[in-house]
Design a protein around this ligand. Structure first.
Ligand code: AMP
Ligand code: FE
Ligand code: FE
Ligand code: ZN
Length: 289
């Protein structure tokens, strides 16, 4: 059974429409796919229809942009009440912060000799309700300033880079609480990706677990074997679920093919069980209350 719990569509910075992504998953033999676009649930209705059509199981979710001490942490939220008013309002605030950053980013790029209009960037936004750095990167590629998204980030757009402009993101613990209050299951995405071990060291995990964190994404392209081993130990010590996923972005990221990293079926069953419990549904076969 192939379970991939973290993917992106063109409703954020992936390149496939939600329906295309689900159809592709079906073709590639994926049994369960979670669509987790950045800070929006907008792709889930389309993905849900495609999932029925293609016989793939869809877990609805998102990847929320949070921060701890000013440094970005991506938080996956699965299931729950996606119309929860507090959550909806906070996601709108995050997306607005991403939008507001576009003008200053373009000013920085222009100062670096790379002129781009807002129009040129909007051309790459697809169905996303907010314009992010990957879309700016795509416009830089189209204009011939860089070869690909990776070069755009490595040289200019990555955190701390010459064209990077910080934006609003929810405090990590506030994000956890918002998602949990909406009945979602929460997992920290790629916690140690891109060399950021210092940001979520071993000693912070008990507090995250206490704030309601359910799991940690260990099997991710950005983690090496030693990091995975140590993250598994942290998960065991803090009673956290261990997940794995491709973090697929369509053509937007290489080496992130669907199903490349997977979640254990037993872990997935536990995620479903927690969602049922939080929705007030008794699991099949369990005594009623
Ligand atoms: P934004 O939400 O606009 O700040 O853009 C963040 C997104 O850009 C992330 O979700 C990743 O998909 C992508 N990203 C961030 N850092 C890098 C990087 N160093 N290289 C490639 N992609 C990145
Ligand atoms: Fe992304
Ligand atoms: Fe991420
Ligand atoms: Zn992601």
């Amino acid at each position: 059974m192939i379970i991939d719990l973290h993917t992106h569509s063109s409703v954020s910075d992936g390149t496939d429409r939600p329906a295309e992504l689900v159809a592709k998953a079906a073709r590639e033999g994926i049994d369960v796919i979670a669509l987790t676009d950045h800070d929006t649930f907008d792709g889930l209705a389309e993905a849900g229809r495609a999932a029925v059509e293609h016989g793939v199981e869809l877990l609805g979710g998102l990847e929320m942009s949070t921060q701890r001490r000013g440094h970005s942490v991506h938080l996956l939220g699965y299931g729950g009440r996606q119309d929860d008013p507090a959550l909806v309002a906070e996601l709108a605030r995050v997306r607005a912060g991403r939008e507001d950053r576009l003008t200053p980013v373009l000013a920085r790029l222009a100062a670096l000799g790379m002129t781009l209009s807002e129009e040129q960037v909007r051309h790459h936004v697809g169905a996303s309700p907010s314009v992010g750095r990957p879309h700016v990167a795509d416009a830089m590629v189209a204009a011939g300033y860089v070869a690909d998204r990776t070069e755009a980030f490595d040289r200019f757009l990555a955190d701390g880079g010459p064209a990077h402009v910080p934006r609003y993101a929810t405090d990590l613990v506030d994000g956890l609480r918002l998602l949990r209050a909406a009945g979602a299951v929460t997992v920290v995405a790629h916690p140690w990706g891109r060399g950021k071990e210092w940001q979520l060291p071993e000693e912070v995990w008990p507090a995250l677990a206490a704030a309601g964190l359910d799991g940690v994404e260990v099997d991710h392209f950005d983690h090496g074997p030693d990091q995975r081993r140590r993250l598994r130990a942290i998960a065991a010590d803090n009673d956290l679920l261990v997940t794995g996923s491709s973090d697929h972005h369509g053509m937007g990221k290489v080496d992130h093919e669907l199903g490349r990293e997977r979640t254990d079926p037993e872990v997935y069953a536990e995620i479903r069980r927690r969602l049922d419990e939080r929705a007030g549904r008794a699991a099949p076969g369990s005594p009623g209350r």
